[in-house]
Write a protein that binds this ligand. Structure first.
Ligand SMILES: O=P(O)(O)OC[C@H]1O[C@](O)(CO)[C@@H](O)[C@@H]1O
Length: 447
């Protein structure tokens, strides 16, 4: 089997012609070059671009060694939000047993997450679950000042220190943060936590291949070397010197922008494998924060099929025709389950006896594709040979690279996220945070 993901645009061509796509090849290449020359908007944040090929085995060994220490815990809490959370969660969920937390005789710690919400019941229930268990914490925040993870970490740190004492607690806490600034950096230095650095020039949503993603993924028991290998493959195969016909990132970037120009304002990332649910969440942040600005940008949405065919399927088939789909199609399942025969056949499924469940799923996928295309929904297909570290590495870098090119085609800065500050300012004003006294008075008048 050739080790590569592939892109199939056949079911787009009745909406955007091959010639139209090819006519934009030079533009995509130009923007790919702009990325590599660092001459475009947001060029301070291009550290992800050559990241895979610059990761050394010594760095990966160091991460693995830290992971091995944390793996001695029963539970590891990964604290972070947005780009400091979703990449790790995406990969871990894609590779884990679907019932991981119910497994006995575990080889890996249970991974749980905190700091990705401010749900009081969530943190209460997490603390209740952690009671009496040996647990460690990976605290991830690039800025080191994000409220959600800071709040969760404060609570979890106290819980850990109360249960094992400060001296042991500090051996079970690892910080992943900025090289020099931020509250988490200071805290980690003062407390003597093992610390990993998120390079200044790698934004949160592009940071999964830094310790932000690699450490939790290694703790969960997955092969970070293979993940990086996959990304290296894709880095080398999406450079500007790779011709457009072979350059998946350029092709995807062009196609989605051509669809956008034709009024397809919403892109739905589709999977037929529930393990990819959080991969779509990661992708949503990547494209949403990168492109949704200056009053433009494709709205990134996601569905899990066939589950959501029984909820959102109606809308997708016959609702407003402003959508297109990008399907992540996984060629091979890891396990085999065949349809058993049933003497009474009351459910009428005996015609499938001996067929694999994955075969039924594939027919659902094909049937859905044809139905949606007939219903006016263009369909981009990203084919992945199987869910493994290597192919996820390819997929991650493919989407990152395409995102950079796509953002430039859209003429936005794909590497900032100024809009995220608006809710934070209001929240701080409402909470009367020191420094926000005037804003507090102002906002009170609006209530
Ligand atoms: O790692 P940090 O600095 O805590 O930020 C977490 C997330 O918050 C954001 O900055 C938005 O507020 C995202 O861009 C980022 O991924």
């Amino acid at each position: 089997m050739e080790k590569v993901i592939s892109l199939n645009l056949d079911k787009v061509l009745s909406f955007v012609g091959k010639a139209e796509i090819e006519s934009k090849a030079a533009l995509a290449k130009q923007y790919n070059e702009v990325l590599h020359k660092g001459s475009g908007k947001g060029s301070d944040f291009l550290g992800w671009l050559n990241l895979p090929t610059s990761i050394t085995s010594a760095h990966l060994d160091d991460i693995q060694a830290t992971a091995n220490e944390l793996r001695k815990c029963e539970v590891v809490v990964v604290v972070g939000i947005g780009g400091s959370y979703l990449g790790a969660k995406a990969v871990i969920e894609a590779l884990s047993n679907s019932f991981d937390w119910l497994q006995k005789d575990r080889k890996n710690p249970v991974i749980v997450y905190a700091g990705q919400n401010i749900g009081e019941d969530y943190i209460y229930e997490l603390l209740a679950y952690l009671k009496g268990k040996s647990f460690g914490i990976i605290n991830i925040s690039k800025s080191g000042t994000t409220t959600e993870p800071a709040l969760a970490f404060r609570i979890l740190k106290k819980e850990l220190e109360d249960s094992v004492g400060k001296a042991v607690a500090k051996t079970r806490i690892v910080a992943v943060t900025d090289a020099a600034r931020g509250a988490l950096h200071t805290l980690a230095k003062n407390e003597g936590y093992k610390m990993y650095v998120i390079p200044d020039n790698v934004g949160g949503r592009f940071s999964v291949l830094t310790p932000v993603g690699l450490l939790p993924i290694a703790v969960a028991g997955f092969d970070i070397k293979k993940l990086v290998e996959g990304a290296v493959y894709m880095e080398k195969n999406t450079t500007p010197d790779v011709p457009f016909e072979k350059n998946l990132a350029e092709q995807y970037a062009v196609t989605r922008n051509e669809l956008y120009k034709k009024g397809k304002k919403i892109e739905i990332l589709v999977n037929f494998n529930p393990k990819l649910h959080f991969f779509a969440e990661w992708w949503k942040q990547l494209y949403g924060e990168s492109e949704g600005k200056d009053n433009k940008g494709i709205y990134p949405a996601a569905v899990d099929f066939t589950t959501d065919l029984h909820s959102m399927g109606q809308w997708i088939q016959e609702g407003e025709r402003t959508i297109f789909e990008t399907v992540i199609s996984v060629a091979n399942a890891h396990h085999k389950v065949e349809v058993p025969s049933d003497a009474e056949d009351l459910d009428g499924l005996n015609f499938l006896v001996g067929k694999r469940v994955d075969y039924v799923n594939k027919m659902a996928e094909l049937g859905t594709q044809l139905a949606h295309v007939d219903g006016g929904v263009p369909n981009i297909k990203v084919e992945v040979p199987e869910l493994s570290e290597y192919y996820l590495g390819q997929l991650i870098y493919f989407f990152e690279k395409a995102c950079g090119i796509s953002g430039y085609i859209l003429e936005v800065n794909p590497f900032d996220q100024p809009g995220v500050e608006a809710y934070k300012k209001n929240m701080f004003a409402l909470l009367n945070k020191p420094g926000f006294e005037k804003a507090h008075e102002e906002i009170q008048k609006r209530l």
